[in-house]
Design a protein around this ligand. Structure first.
Ligand SMILES: CC(C)(COP(=O)(O)OP(=O)(O)OC[C@H]1O[C@@H](n2cnc3c(N)ncnc32)[C@H](O)[C@@H]1OP(=O)(O)O)[C@@H](O)C(=O)NCCC(=O)NCCS
Length: 146
């Protein structure tokens, strides 16, 4: 049953087509057939959001901002199918020639870190001392003063 469902899910992993000419982000959604819809009636059960980016030392890259699968659909290969699709975008698709897929994970999210490690990803804060920095609120307004 799970195998049948997993292959069913993979067939329905597809890009969400934005009608904006220069979209701010791209999305890939996981949809299930009507027979597997949630009790609330949803057929979209997971998504990955990503943007194209560039790193001075590495060149073209893809930044995955979010990856999510609804709890009752986890452990069925959907998260893997979604991140695989984002990897295909960076390796062969619209950003072919990318040599990096990067993203951040909160340190309490051990389960997701384990998932990413199981997919061959690694923690660059630990290995390269690469810390994630941010500017927001008043500091951003102040910085943006001409
Ligand atoms: C992380 C998440 C997307 C994984 O999705 P999923 O559909 O449950 O994962 P899959 O079923 O595709 O798992 C694929 C593989 O990862 C492994 N895996 C999944 N979760 C794992 C975990 N917590 N620890 C170790 N391995 C894990 C599976 O065993 C499977 O291995 P296999 O390829 O050898 O069979 C999902 O748990 C989720 O949405 N979590 C909440 C949202 C979140 O925190 N997202 C990350 C934000 S940075």
């Amino acid at each position: 049953m799970v195998q049948a469902m997993a292959s069913d899910f993979k067939k329905h992993i597809h890009p969400y087509i934005s009608h904006m000419s220069n979209p701010i982000y791209h999305a890939i959604v996981a949809e299930v057939s009507d027979q597997h819809r949630t009790k609330d009636g949803h057929t979209t059960v997971g998504y990955a959001l990503y943007i194209h980016s560039y790193r001075s030392f590495m060149g073209r890259a893809v930044y995955m901002d979010d990856l999510y699968v609804m709890p009752e659909f986890r452990g069925k290969g959907i998260g893997k199918a979604l991140i695989s699709k984002v990897a295909q975008v960076s390796d062969k698709g619209e950003t072919a020639g990318c040599n990096q897929l990067h993203f951040t994970v909160l340190d309490w999210n051990k389960s997701s870190m384990d998932f990413y490690h199981s997919q061959g990803c690694f923690d660059i804060t630990a290995t390269k001392g690469d810390h994630c920095m941010r500017c927001e609120g008043e500091a951003l307004e102040h910085l943006a003063q001409p």
